[in-house]
Design a protein around this ligand. Structure first.
Ligand code: PMT
Length: 399
């Protein structure tokens, strides 16, 4: 989740461990990152450009003097694009160049030009690793804020045994995760978001539903991931794609949403209920399609569980955020819901207002806090509003 939407430049140098870089690239890609591989000439003796191109779906940069470049002034472009640069495996040679500021190929030029955090994962023969010059170079890198992932000990390809092995790909990913998360406002926070409307079947063909598209909840889920949270999204039917880095469960009815939310509740720190849950469902759903008949038909509706009310009753450590979709008496209803459902925040939108509520990309809300304060925000993009809601949550977590 941490890597969703991140641009990671992966530098691969000439070591037998270069094959592990393929798995690193693959894992990072699956975790939602865009991987831009730069290979040194020597790395290509061990693994092919084609392998990385296929795995990452991006062009591989290598030769500074290639006539056809995928990126404009490539070493600068990649240096700017990077959210993080990882060199794995990093040979003694590339470490030495980096320590001295030598920029004689695509990788070292990018390393010199970037302002993104740099992580190096050394891999080499034990004697080379323990050599005072290599150790001095590594100390120099660390003093410049470059992260060094310690090599592992074990049998080395050169036949000796000792320190110098590239750690396993999952260990490298875990180290990167810690680095990316550090300093993110919601790092380590587990957030459950609900989105979309529930649909309540009437027969195999028809259902009762509402106008929610999921946009509000999906915007919150995506923004929470960008801020370092681990996000679970429980969504009613929606055409929106699963936001990168989010773990999504699709449900249809209020009762399905109830069960999914309750099952996850104890393991999360925050719940944000942006879903428009049907308060009622048809008392019985016909097994077969209801046939047309003359005159009126009567539907008998029965109450659905109020999920948020139940969460409020069972609340322990969680921060609870509800939404209120109103068309009148916004303030009064909002305050009632905040109190009755034992919420920390309630975001109220007047869904009869143009540009607010259902379906649109924007929203206009008042945010009510348990401490009695109210803030009104101007009409804004749902993504921006998501950020504001998450700012309130982050402040609450810190308090
Ligand atoms: O999805 P979009 O098209 O972007 O539209 C966004 C939205 C209008 C759906 C969203 O901004 C919104 O207002 N969501 C809440 C809609 C709603 O169900 O409001 P409510 O006032 O009926 O419910 C109050 C709160 O209780 C909500 O957090 C709701 O999720 C929750 N609830 C309601 C009923 C129920 N049976 N169980 C619940 O948990």
């Amino acid at each position: 989740m941490t890597f969703a939407g991140k641009n990671i430049v992966l530098g691969v140098t000439g070591s037998i461990a270069a094959y592990k870089a393929v798995e690193i690239a693959s894992r990072l890609k699956k975790a939602g990152a865009s991987i831009h591989v730069i290979m040194t000439r020597e790395a290509k003796e061990f693994v092919t450009e084609l392998t990385f191109r296929e795995i990452t779906g991006c062009p591989v940069a290598s030769n500074m003097w290639d006539k056809v470049h995928a990126y404009n002034v490539e070493h600068i472009a990649l240096a700017k694009l990077a959210d993080l640069v990882l060199v794995a495996p990093a040979t003694a040679n590339v470490i030495a160049k980096l320590a001295c500021g030598i920029a004689d190929d695509m990788l070292t030029a990018t390393l010199l030009a970037t302002r993104a955090p740099i992580v190096v994962a050394p891999a080499m023969n034990t004697n080379m690793y323990e050599n005072r010059i290599t150790q001095r170079n590594l100390t120099e890198l660390k003093s410049r804020g470059i992260q060094v992932i310690e090599p592992a000990s074990g049998q080395l390809a050169c036949g000796t045994s000792g320190k110098g092995r590239l750690p396993e790909p999952h260990e490298i990913i875990a180290a990167l995760e810690g680095l990316i998360c550090a300093g993110m406002p919601l790092a380590g926070t587990r957030i459950l978001v609900t989105a979309g409307g529930t649909i309540e079947p009437l027969d195999p063909v028809r259902y009762l539903g509402n106008r929610s598209t999921g946009r509000m909840g999906y915007a919150i889920a995506a923004e929470a991931v960008r801020r370092g949270a681990a996000v679970t999204l429980i969504s009613g039917p929606s055409v929106l794609p699963e936001p990168a880095g989010v773990s999504r469960t699709m449900v249809e009815t209020a009762r399905e949403m109830h069960d999914a939310v309750l099952a996850a509740y104890n393991d999360v720190d925050v719940v944000i209920k942006a879903a428009a849950v049907a308060d009622y469902r048809p008392k019985t759903a016909a097994k077969n399609k209801i046939k047309k008949q003359d005159g009126e038909i009567t539907l008998v509706l029965t109450r659905n569980p109020d999920i948020l009310l139940e969460l409020g009753e069972k609340k322990q450590h969680q921060i609870l955020v509800g939404f209120a979709a109103e068309t009148q008496n916004i303030e009064r209803y909002a305050r009632e819901k905040l109190q009755k459902k034992n919420l920390d925040f309630l975001v109220a939108n007047d869904v009869s207002e143009k540009g607010a509520g259902f379906g649109v990309e924007t929203n206009h809300v008042k945010l009510f806090s348990a401490d009695g304060s109210v803030q009104e925000y101007p009409l804004m993009q749902k993504q921006e509003l998501a950020g504001i809601i998450l700012d309130h949550i982050a402040a609450c977590l810190e308090a």
